[in-house]
Design a protein around this ligand. Sequence first.
Ligand code: PHE
Length: 375
Amino acid sequence: MNDLATHDLANLEADLAARIAAAPDTTSLEAVRVEALGKTGTISALLKTLGSMSPDERRTQGPLINGLRDRVATAIAKRRQALEDAELDARLAAGRLDLTLPGPPRRRGAVHPTMQVMDEMIAVFAEMGFSLAEGPDIEDDFHNFTALNFPPRHPAREMHDTFFFNRGPDGERKLLRTHTSPVQVRTMQKTNAPPTASWITAGREPPICIISPGRTYRCDSDATHTPMFHQIEGLVIDRAIHMGHLKWTLDAFIARFFELPSVVTRFRPHHFPFTEPSAEMDVQCEVSGGEVKIGQGEQWSEIVGCGMVHPKVLANCGLDPDEWQGFAFGFGVDRLARLKYGMPDLRDMFASDVRWLAHYGFSAFADPNPASGLS
Ligand code: PHE
């Protein structure tokens, strides 16, 4: 190869140039590249001969062979670009992007029926002029029991019903509130405190007209009881509040909540330590095939515990029972959700099964009327 003639290089270059130009696609172009510039390619072989040349020869042959290699490499790169452009053009011309096809499905969350019903109840009570009051889930014996006139040995204080914490250094046992009634106590105690800056407008002079929604806890589990459940309690205190106000409030609420023009209800005497007289209110309903239909039929479904606030409770909370009186009521929110939307087992509601939620849950966006998940 030492005497490689210039015209041989020219021939090789012309031949490669022709084949590069004629390569119909990137695969055949790559074959040409390997043949010329690959490890055992023709131009690579020529480059190897430089090592055995005399310095003079190398001085003339070196630039020729290197120049050839560079020009061929450039020609191949150019041709590759052109072929790739053409291939992309062809693919774009042949393929179609259908922008009307639906996208991949996206999993949507749902509002839990308890939260839906909580919002519906709050909306109805807000329309009736109730404010919202909240309190802690972890309570002390005074707010949960003593102030509410529970006798010292009342069974509800025992381990069986109440989740107690270990005794603290001061000997006090905190507990998970068994009802939202401690918020009554906290609200009445705050009546002489300045109004809070927050949107929760509890803590004013009577008249008091509040509801307190929240989680409550009892050591209990069956189809109609879960260790954690939800209540909305109401408290109305003024100078001349009586049972008639209580009955009207509950009747109006129940009709609005169940979207009925009116409902038939009855008071059944009951006992709560913190109300006197105390009652449970039943609503007329029909139970057929495990389904409860409110507002028709001959049967009764218990719907809310209530009564006139016991004078001792008023006194325990710093209100003079000779000046103030009022009523209180407590709804089980999960129970109302079951009655309105027909969930068979309360325990399923808190099992965190997304299939259950997909079935019974509510859209967060579709409901224009906060008082009803159905409209
Ligand atoms: N706190 C009672 C309960 O949890 C309900 C209730 C509230 C009853 C207010 C009367 C008045 O069972």
